[in-house]
Ligand binder design. Structure first.
Ligand code: HEC
Length: 88
């Protein structure tokens, strides 16, 4: 569990560093997979559980595993995208 959280935090850091082209692709994933039920990503980003970005990423990663996202890579992309929105 702790190992997973560290992995996720690393993914998030990489994602934030490579913000730009990656951010567009992640927004596309959100649009395809989530927007029909969650109209605004920014609103959803505010409801993530946890205080620090690392806590939020760990919680969201676990949550999405049982919430419409079976694919680990897509899950990581969405975590990066939504955590990125909370940093603004
Ligand atoms: C079929 C509709 C549907 C889809 C598609 C969907 N969600 Fe949800 N989601 C819900 C509902 C309903 C809730 C509130 C009830 C619950 O917790 O299950 C929710 C809750 C959440 C929460 C918890 C925060 C909150 O406001 O309760 C997060 C985070 C979340 N969804 C993220 C996502 C992401 C990211 C995607 C895209 C992969 C996604 N959801 C796709 C219906 C959906």
């Amino acid at each position: 569990m702790a190992h997973r959280a560290i992995e996720l935090a690393a993914v998030v850091c990489l994602g934030l560093l490579s913000f730009g082209s990656g951010a567009l692709a992640d927004a596309q994933t959100y649009k395809e997979r989530c927007v029909k039920c969650h109209a605004r990503a920014a609103t959803l980003a505010r409801s993530l559980k946890g205080t620090t970005p690392g806590e939020k990423a760990a919680w969201l990663g676990g949550f999405l595993a049982t919430h419409h996202v079976d694919d680990e890579v897509e899950r990581a992309k969405l975590v990066v995208y939504l955590i990125g929105l909370t940093a603004k």
